[in-house]
Design a protein around this ligand. Structure first.
Ligand code: DQA
Length: 152
């Protein structure tokens, strides 16, 4: 197959990282997060493409289009985590392993954040560790792909 490809999807308002509630989300910009992920991906022999959208339908389109060309999804659905059945069903419809990540600990915040409608359809979830949530999520995907490769 050649080098495996991971698609990183960032949901709404994550383009504002760095100046958006830094006490909650940290001071990393999205560009810095993507650069850190690219570096780790190179070490893991993975190809990485990072995208951000404020629009639910655009994220749904990207998930649908990923089938066939992408082997893993790393997704921070942001606020869509808590209510987007469209995003959940897009993830359920494609046969691509996905890991959900959050910068903040969604269980330590407002009650509405404790529910993720996305979690039931992904392989695993990592939250509360800031930039490390993304890096550990990427490593988890690498391990899932390695394990799947051994089985087939
Ligand atoms: C977030 C947590 C969500 O509750 C919130 O809506 C976000 C970011 C996180 O990364 O901590 O936008 O997904």
């Amino acid at each position: 197959m050649g080098m495996k490809k991971i698609l990183v999807l960032h949901g709404p308002n994550l383009n504002m990282l760095g100046r958006r509630e830094p006490q909650v989300y940290g001071t990393w910009t999205l560009a810095e997060i993507d650069a850190a992920l690219q570096q780790r991906a190179a070490e893991l022999d993975l190809r990485l493409e990072c995208r951000q959208s404020n629009h639910e339908g655009e994220l749904v389109d990207w998930i649908q289009q990923a089938e066939g060309s992408v082997q893993g999804l790393l997704i921070n659905p942001a606020a869509f985590t808590h209510y987007s059945y469209a995003l959940r069903e897009a993830l359920a419809a494609v046969k691509i392993p996905a890991v959900e990540v959050h910068l903040s600990n969604i269980f330590a915040r407002e009650p509405f954040r404790r529910q993720s409608v996305i979690s039931p359809v992904v392989s695993g979830v990592i939250c509360g560790l800031g930039l490390d949530s993304y890096l550990l999520g990427l490593e988890a995907l690498a391990r899932i792909l390695e394990r799947d490769g051994e089985e087939s």
